[in-house]
Structures are given as structure tokens and as C-alpha cells.
Design a binder for this molecule. Structure first.
Ligand code: ADP
Ligand code: ZN
Length: 714
């Protein structure tokens, strides 16, 4: 099977111009009927890797997925792209299942999604044996392994596939799989020397940033204000904090809902539905949220608390920006969170306790990083990256160092005087001379360094203390209520006058100031683009609501952005937009083009000209039945200009009856002229060749027609 076929199907069904790196190689391998293991991050484009072979190869593609809740959306998405797809699982009535089975039997389907239970059932296997199967795709393949973090026992019964269908390629796909899991997948599926494809786990469209965890709510409000109506998730550690936070947002007039495992199932699925369908933009959730969600236009993720490990963190931020459009992630970090998590981990003895603590430590390193955060993440996933990403807060605002010897001395000497018995928050309060009860009771107001750090706000002290600890100048005794202890390195500062460089606290403030200063007023072009995007978004939402499907299934944010920037008004231009395939063009093309045209007309009435639209305004009047002269009069343009607009539209494939303006005899005469020319030539050359007897606009029409005939013939 050739690559052309795959590329053609990609354009026709999905509206995409090219494959992403690796997709084509994977597809080719499947064409060769070889087994494949695909490791790609969430949003990397795994589905296309088996969907394209399924629609281009003989027989049906059978997709096994543990996420029953997702199947409906996935199938809906495929159908809206004109692909014959269906799903089979226990959520359907017997009648519905029978219908799908009939369709399968009759060869009417390109893709069928099934639950693992269904796949291994006797009936279904027999059905598959009686038809042609193009491939098996096992999605979320890490569920097969007890090493993975999401083990599903029913996934371990698929060995029989290879035995019963030896010639059918098995494609296993996952976003997370360490070496042990990878091996397990291949063994369990009995894959024969599978080709393994490991895509980069980098998600360059996700911005990364970490902020100190003080005044989180105010920070969140600011963050949301800059992202009105955008979908986002705030991950919290506890059920209670999801509810508190959602409540506080609501009280500020911001639509938000809480989501956690203890909600009644009905309510839980309602929140999820409302989020997917853009009815509620913000969900405050525990980690349970997001597993069964394919929503591509999640624009931001906030971690209200530090996650337990980088795997979980990366998976959660990975839920943003699956459409490839820029998305923002923000992690709030406070040392308190580390301690809470450490307590949880050490409370119950577990076999993997040490491993878990080590993973938490890596997470903490991410939060405290003073070098590119993305590099750190990629290194964690064993990927080397040489360059700084320029899309994380550290890259955008590299740390500035200053002489922090005095600050460090104050902190260390207070620790000495407090007999190494207090935690960092109490230490800061002593340094700042707080009148807190505990301080008074323990008599700490009498020590020499009490109030010695008054000049710095608590936030700054936390920031510096964190660095001091990371430098190994202080140690936390987790088994003594997190009391701070001196280390051998502290002595050098206390007694030998060692100099200590610290990162300036102003970084965060300067960064905000810089961002504000940079926020230039929008250019006209940007304003038009943003306003139009908004109109298209509303149209998309209304259409989706009417059909009861999620808006992103109509067009992704990326597609709408491109429409808003390029303003397609003709079928041919619409087809050039990434994400507009044949089916979508048929179904939604005119609706979106009308919206764009209406916007342009509104602007024009307000006296604002938008470039590149003049022929469309002509076309609009033409379609209303006006003559060329009438259009020219109304648009205050020369009729010749109107003719040239119409000729241009004709070349674009629009329904213009050019023989209203040009007789067949005239065309024949001009055609002779065209044939007599050697390219490249200009209209003027033909004009002269025809003794300046035929007006230019007729030459334009004839050329348009000639090109069209030529294209049709070839
Ligand atoms: P995954 O299953 O790996 O999480 P998806 O298959 O859902 O990712 O793809 C993520 C997004 O990227 C989808 O919106 C998909 O349509 C889009 N996409 C996939 N391949 C391409 C491509 N070649 N060109 C443009 N967009 C693509
Ligand atoms: Zn970076």
C-alpha cells in the first residue's frame, strides 16, 4: 500500500495536510502487517496511526479500549469525519449491539471500538473469524501490565488474538510505559518482534510555570481573568479543597464545579459532560478527573498542590492543549505541601515507600528548579534535550543571583539559638518577630535573632529558606516534626565566613511587571482575528448544543484559530484549513463561511476595511442577483474590477456562469491566443495577439476557464 493513499485519506477525512513525525512510519509498518508498539504522549496523535490504516486497508480495524465512556465520543468524532465507525460495549441495548454486529458482518464498518470483555467473548470472536480484520489496536496498552499504574485484569486475556488471527497486525498504543511495562505488553499480546516507536514526550505548546503557594486564590483569579471562557482544570489534593475552591470561584461570579470520587455518579458525569460541552469552563478536581476525557480544547491546568510524582504531574498537564494550540500550566509550590505528602507516604508502611519518596523528591526538584523546567521533565523521561525551551518561567526569566550571605547567616544562627527544634514556618516567624502565641509561650522572643529578618516579607523568607535547604545548608528532620537541623556545610557559613549566592526574590515580581509592560495594545489585525475567533467559537458552541455533541468534535480550537486568521470564504480556501475534511466542509463549511462574511460586512459598515475580502463582497452581491454594473455602482468600483473578481472566483471553483459575460466564439478565439503563447506569458500578450480587440476581463474569464478545463483533464 502506498503512502499516497494514506496521505489522501488524512486530508479527505481529517483535513490535515501532513503526518506528524513517526505517524507515517507506523502506518507503513502496519501496512506490512507487522506488529507495532507505539509510545506517544497524550495528544501526540496516536489514534491516526491505526485509524488511517483501518480506513485504507481491506477489512475492519478492531480497537480495544478500556475507557467505555470515551468510545461514544471517539466514534462520534470519526463519523462526523465521514468514517464508518461504531462501538460495542455493555452500555448498549441488545438491539443496538445486534445492529453493530450486522454491520460488521456485512462489511459496512471501517472501525469498531470494543471493550476488552466484549473482545474476549466467544460470540464476538466467532464473528470476527467470519469476517476480514485489518488490524487490532490495543489502546491504553499499559493497562495490560501489573507494573503499570492502571492495571486492568480483563486486559490480560488477549493472548488468544495472535493464535486465532496470526496474520493480523496488533498495534499496541500507550502514553506511559517504562521498560518493564513495555515488555509485558509485548508478551501479553504475543506480539511477534514488534517494531517499537517511541515519540518524543515533549509538548512544546504547553507553557510551564511554578509560583509560590501564597495567596493562591488571588493568583488564580488573576490567572483566570486573563483567560476568560477558556476551559481549564484546577487539581487539588483533597475533596474538600475542590469544593471550597469551586465555591469561592462561584462567589466571584466565575462558573466552576467541583469533581471528586465521592460525588454521586450522576452528579459526577454531569460535571464531566458540562465541562466537555463547554457549559462549565472550570473544574476543580481531584486526580480522578480527566482519565476518560478526550476534550482537545483544555487551555490551562493549575495544580493547587504539589503532585506526588512527575508521572502523575505530566499526565495531568498533558490534558491541556491536545489540539496543539498553546496552553498554560501553573503549579503552586509550598514547602508545606511536600511535608503533607511525605507524611501521607510515611504513615502507612508500603513496599514501595522508598521509591515513592524518591519520586516525590524529583517532583520537588521540578518545583524548585532554577534551570529550564522542560529539560528537567524530559530528562526524567530519559530524553535528552540540549536547548532551553523558552516556554517555561525559568527560561523566560532566568534567575538573578545576589550575595545572600547575611540572609543565610541570620537563618542559620536562628536555628542554632532555637536549638534546632523548630520547623521552617516557625523559624520564619521568629526571624520576622511575630507575636504568635507559640513564640511567646516558648520564650523565643528573647533570643538574639528574634526579629532580625523583619525587613523581608514571609514570602521572601520562604523562597530563600527553600534555597538554603536545597543547598544542603540546613536539613529537615522528618521524624522530628520537620525541625530544621544544621549540617556540616552550615558551619562554613556560620564560622568560616563562606559566601552564599542566592536567587533574587524579585524575579517573580519583575516578571509580572515585564509581562504587563509588554502587553501592547492589539493591532487591528489581532483585534479582528480575536473577535472573529470569538464569533466562530459561539457558532461552534450553538451547533454543538443543538446536536448534543461536544464543541471540539465540530472543529478544534486550532482549526477555528486558523479560520479566524485566514478568513476562508470559498470552499477551496476552507478546504485548505487544517482540520477541515470533506465531510466537515459539507456539513459546516457554509455556516462558518457565512459567519465570517457577516463579520466582514459588519466591519465594513463600521468603516473598517479587511484585506483580501473584496472579491467576496462582490460575490455576495452577485449571489443576490445583481448585475455587474449594479455591483460596481454599489461598491463604487470599476466594472472591470468586478469582472476580475468574478474571474478569480471562477478559478477558485465557485459557481459563476462566465458564459453570461463571454460568448463561446469569443472563448474559442481567446483559446487560440492562449495556445499560441509560450509560458510564462501575461494577459497583455494575449490582448496584443488578438489585436487589442478583446477586452481584458474576457481574457481573464477565458484563462480561468482554460485552466479549469486543463485541471479537469489531468
Ligand atoms: P492521542 O491519542 O495520542 O492522545 P490524538 O490521536 O487524540 O492523540 O491526537 C491529538 C490531536 O492531534 C487530535 O486533535 C488530532 O486530530 C490531532 N492530530 C493528530 N495527527 C495530526 C496531524 N498529522 N496533523 C494535525 N493534527 C493531528
Ligand atoms: Zn525552559
Amino acid at each position: 500500500m502506498d503512502t499516497n493513499k494514506a496521505a489522501t485519506a488524512l486530508k479527505k477525512y481529517f483535513g490535515y495536510d501532513s503526518f506528524r513525525p513517526m505517524q507515517m512510519d507506523i502506518i507503513q509498518t502496519i501496512y506490512q502487517k507487522k506488529d507495532v508498539l507505539v509510545l506517544m504522549p497524550t495528544g501526540g496523535g496516536k489514534s491516526i496511526c491505526y485509524q488511517i490504516p483501518a480506513v485504507t486497508m481491506d477489512g475492519v480495524g478492531v480497537v480495544v479500549s478500556p475507557l467505555i465512556s470515551l468510545m461514544k465520543d471517539q466514534v462520534e468524532g470519526l463519523r462526523s469525519n465521514g468514517i464508518n465507525a461504531a462501538f460495542l460495549n455493555s452500555s448498549q441495548t441488545i438491539g443496538e449491539q445486534r445492529q453493530v454486529e450486522d454491520d460488521l458482518y456485512n462489511g459496512n464498518l471501517d472501525l469498531v471500538y470494543v471493550s476488552p470483555e466484549k473482545l474476549v467473548s466467544q460470540n464476538f470472536t466467532s464473528l470476527l473469524e467470519s469476517i476480514k480484520v485489518a488490524l487490532f489496536a490495543v489502546d491504553e496498552a499499559h493497562c495490560i501490565s501489573s507494573w503499570g499504574h492502571d492495571f486492568r485484569p480483563e486486559y490480560t486475556q488477549m493472548r488468544f488474538l495472535k493464535q486465532k488471527f496470526p496474520g493480523v497486525p496488533i498495534v499496541a498504543l500507550t502514553a506511559t510505559a517504562d521498560r518493564a511495562t513495555r515488555k509485558d505488553i509485548c508478551i501479553q499480546l504475543q506480539q511477534r518482534q514488534p517494531e517499537v516507536f517511541v515519540a518524543s514526550f515533549d509538548r512544546p505548546n504547553l507553557s510551564l510555570s511554578v509560583k509560590p503557594g501564597q495567596k493562591r486564590f488571588e493568583q488564580i483569579l488573576d490567572f483566570i481573568k486573563e483567560r476568560r471562557d477558556q476551559s481549564g482544570i484546577i487539581y487539588c489534593l483533597s475533596r474538600k479543597s475542590t469544593e471550597d475552591l469551586a465555591g469561592k470561584l462561584l462567589s466571584k461570579g466565575i462558573k466552576a464545579a467541583a469533581y471528586h470520587a465521592r460525588l454521586p455518579p450522576g452528579e459526577r458525569s454531569k460535571v464531566q459532560e458540562d465541562f466537555i460541552n463547554d457549559r462549565i469552563p472550570i473544574v476543580c478536581a481531584t486526580i480522578a478527573f480527566g482519565m476518560g476525557i478526550d476534550k482537545s480544547n483544555v487551555r490551562w491546568i493549575i495544580h493547587y498542590n504539589l503532585p506526588k510524582n512527575i508521572e502523575g504531574f505530566y499526565q495531568e498537564i498533558g490534558r491541556a492543549g491536545r489540539d496543539g494550540v498553546k496552553a498554560d500550566t501553573l503549579l503552586f509550590y509550598s514547602y508545606q505541601d511536600v511535608m503533607v505528602l511525605r507524611d501521607i507516604l510515611t504513615q502507612n508502611e508500603s513496599a514501595q515507600q522508598e521509591l515513592k519518596l524518591a519520586k516525590l523528591e524529583r517532583m520537588k526538584q521540578y518545583a524548585e528548579a532554577m534551570t529550564c523546567r522542560r529539560k528537567l521533565l524530559l530528562t526524567y523521561f530519559s530524553e535528552q534535550s540540549e536547548v532551553n525551551c523558552n516556554n517555561c518561567d525559568v527560561c523566560k526569566n532566568p534567575p538573578e543571583y545576589f550575595d545572600g550571605t547575611v540572609i543565610t547567616q541570620k537563618a542559620l544562627s536562628a536555628v542554632v539559638r532555637l536549638k534546632q527544634s523548630v520547623s521552617s514556618s516557625l523559624l520564619i516567624d521568629v526571624l520576622r518577630g511575630s507575636g504568635r502565641k507559640e513564640i511567646m509561650q516558648r520564650g523565643f522572643q528573647n533570643i538574639k535573632t528574634y526579629g532580625a529578618g523583619r525587613d523581608l516579607p514571609t514570602r521572601d523568607w520562604q523562597f530563600y529558606l527553600m534555597q538554603i535547604i536545597n543547598r544542603g545548608l540546613l536539613e529537615i528532620a522528618y521524624d522530628e516534626h520537620n525541625a530544621l537541623k544544621l549540617t556540616t556545610a552550615s558551619k562554613a557559613v556560620l564560622f568560616d565566613g563562606a559566601k552564599i549566592e542566592l536567587v533574587k526574590m524579585q524575579v517573580a515580581n519583575a516578571r509580572q511587571a515585564a509581562a504587563k509592560a509588554k502587553a501592547k495594545p492589539k493591532t487591528k489585525r489581532e483585534r479582528v482575528r480575536d473577535e472573529l475567533f470569538e464569533k466562530l467559537r459561539v457558532l461552534r458552541r450553538d451547533l454543538a448544543h443543538k446536536q448534543g455533541i461536544p464543541p471540539y468534535l465540530i472543529f478544534s480550537d486550532k482549526t477555528l484559530e486558523e479560520m479566524a486568521a485566514k478568513r476562508p470564504l470559498l470552499d477551496a480556501d476552507m478546504m485548505d484549513i487544517s482540520g477541515v475534511g470533506e465531510q466537515k466542509l459539507k456539513r459546516y463549511g457554509n455556516l462558518f463561511m457565512d459567519a465570517i462574511l457577516n463579520y466582514i460586512k459588519e466591519q465594513q459598515q463600521a468603516g473598517i476595511k479587511i484585506q483580501g475580502t473584496t472579491h467576496i463582497l462582490t460575490f455576495d452581491l452577485y449571489k443576490q442577483g445583481l448585475s455587474v454594473e449594479e455591483i460596481a455602482a454599489q461598491r463604487k468600483l470599476n466594472p472591470v474590477t468586478i469582472y476580475s473578481h468574478l474571474a478569480h472566483l471562477y478559478t477558485k471553483g465557485e459557481a459563476i456562469d462566465i458564459f453570461k459575460f463571454l460568448s463561446q466564439a469569443e472563448y474559442d478565439r481567446i483559446e487560440q491566443g492562449i495556445k499560441a503563447m509560450t509560458p510564462p506569458f501575461q494577459n497583455k500578450d494575449i490582448f496584443e495577439y488578438l489585436h487589442e480587440e478583446v477586452p481584458y476581463y474576457k481574457i481573464k474569464f477565458a484563462l480561468a476557464h482554460y485552466d479549469k478545463l486543463f485541471l479537469e483533464k489531468n
